[in-house]
Design a protein around this ligand. Structure first.
Ligand code: PLP
Length: 395
């Protein structure tokens, strides 16, 4: 089928929840993808911070191939070795003692919300169920996760939303402190706000949030769905800020494209989830676990995070050069290879021009271009991307 026919059929048969670029992608390798007309693109979206090892990373492909031929799914009625191994690796490399596996970031956050409430129900006096989240946050699309997401545009039309969430400004420890009430049981925050445009925390913000949680007996839930798994140059973004959460959620890059989510927590908090309290049919299936094991091993052993730090600094430097040249660039910000460029103009036209010139980038919010390429990109990839962006910004 021709590209136009495929797009027409998509419009006929697939519910229109997405505004898509007019290309049909058919193949990927490393930091490049190809469309159905054979055109090549440099991919600085990476499936929205998912394909952090690049497309078809050989060790992940091999792990999936092997596991597909051995055992793909048996449910959580039984033990499986890949699940036990990935949990052990995540525990060995994080603050956590225990893991719950699911299939997406939303589900991981839904589990975190339930776990925080259940922990409070079992361990704290009074009726404590309220979770404070940050304005501009993004935590997912199920009813609880979207209510935790403190952005009205995602709530419109879905009332009544579940009770038990209140919103405070991001990057404001005093506002958080003041917002805590006797019903509050947890604070949920992204170390760097991704979907609202790579909004950075001030250096002492997360330490301040941790302190408020400790002082007031609240659980700290860090949503590292986008920032985790090496994206910022460390395995988890909170490591840059010298704090530990009580609960952390992961997804996106955990499977490098295989849908995989996880909740990590301490023994103390995990004890609130007993048999029957939470579950997922697909969560922790051997195929996904094989992908996760290969991803985590590559991140730890293949120098990926060193490359992320080095090439990330280079990307920010080169984008800084563009800022000198183009008046519409207001700010470059980010960490590792999670980078935002704040524009005074609508970013959608720039995204479209980049696509036409062979570069995939996306907009987080109307005015912010987001760069979340594979962590394996080279300086030459950055040079090429900056060259295309330079032309696209000319109009
Ligand atoms: N949390 C954060 C920080 C995210 O960036 C996202 C997705 O963009 C989610 C949660 C939702 O994850 P998913 O789309 O896998 O459900």
């Amino acid at each position: 089928m021709k590209t136009e026919e495929l797009i027409a059929q998509s419009d006929r048969n697939i519910i229109g929840t997405y505004r898509r670029q007019p290309v049909v992608l058919v193949k990927g390798a490393g930091a490049r993808v190809w469309d159905s007309d054979g055109r090549e693109y440099l991919d600085f979206v990476a499936g929205i911070a998912v394909c952090s090892l690049g497309h078809s990373y050989p060790k992940v492909v091999e792990a999936l191939r092997h596991q597909a031929g051995v055992l793909t799914h048996v449910s959580n009625l039984y033990y499986t070795e890949p699940q036990i191994r990935l949990a052990g690796m995540l525990v060995a490399n994080s603050f956590a003692d225990k893991v719950f596996f699911c299939n997406s970031g939303t589900e991981a956050n839904e589990a975190a919300i339930k776990l925080a409430r259940k922990y409070a129900h079992d361990n704290l006096k009074g009726d404590r169920y309220e979770i404070l989240t940050m304005q501009g946050s993004f935590h997912g699309r199920t009813l609880a996760a979207v209510t935790a997401t403190a952005q009205e545009k995602f709530h419109a039309g879905f009332a009544p939303l579940p009770e038990g969430f209140r919103y405070v400004p991001f990057n404001d420890v005093r506002a958080l402190e003041k917002a805590v009430r006797k019903r509050t049981c947890a604070v949920m925050v992204e170390p760097i706000q991704g979907e609202s445009g790579v909004r950075m925390p001030s250096p002492d913000y997360l330490g301040g949030v941790r302190q408020v949680c400790d002082d007031r007996g609240l659980l700290l839930i860090l949503d590292e769905v986008q920032t985790g798994m090496g994206r910022t140059g460390k395995l988890f973004a909170h490591e840059h800020f010298g704090i530990k959460p009580d609960i952390m959620t992961l997804a996106k890059a955990l499977g490098n494209g295989y849908p995989l989510g996880a909740l990590l927590t301490t023994d103390r908090v995990a004890s609130a989830f007993e048999p029957g309290t939470h579950a997922s049919t697909f969560g922790g299936n051997p195929l996904g676990m094989a992908a996760g094991i290969a991803v985590l091993r590559a991140l730890l052993e293949d120098g990926i995070m060193d490359n992320c730090r080095e090439v990330g600094a280079y990307l920010r430097e080169r984008l800084g050069d563009l800022k000198e040249k183009h008046y519409m660039i207001q700010e470059i910000r980010g960490m590792g290879l999670m980078v935002g460029m704040n524009l005074t103009v609508d970013g959608a036209a720039v995204v479209r021009r980049c696509l036409e010139k062979g570069l995939l980038i996306n907009c987080a919010g109307e005015h912010i271009l987001r760069f979340v390429p594979p962590l394996t990109i080279t300086r030459e990839d950055v040079d090429r991307a900056v060259e295309i962006l330079d032309e696209a910004l000319e109009g």
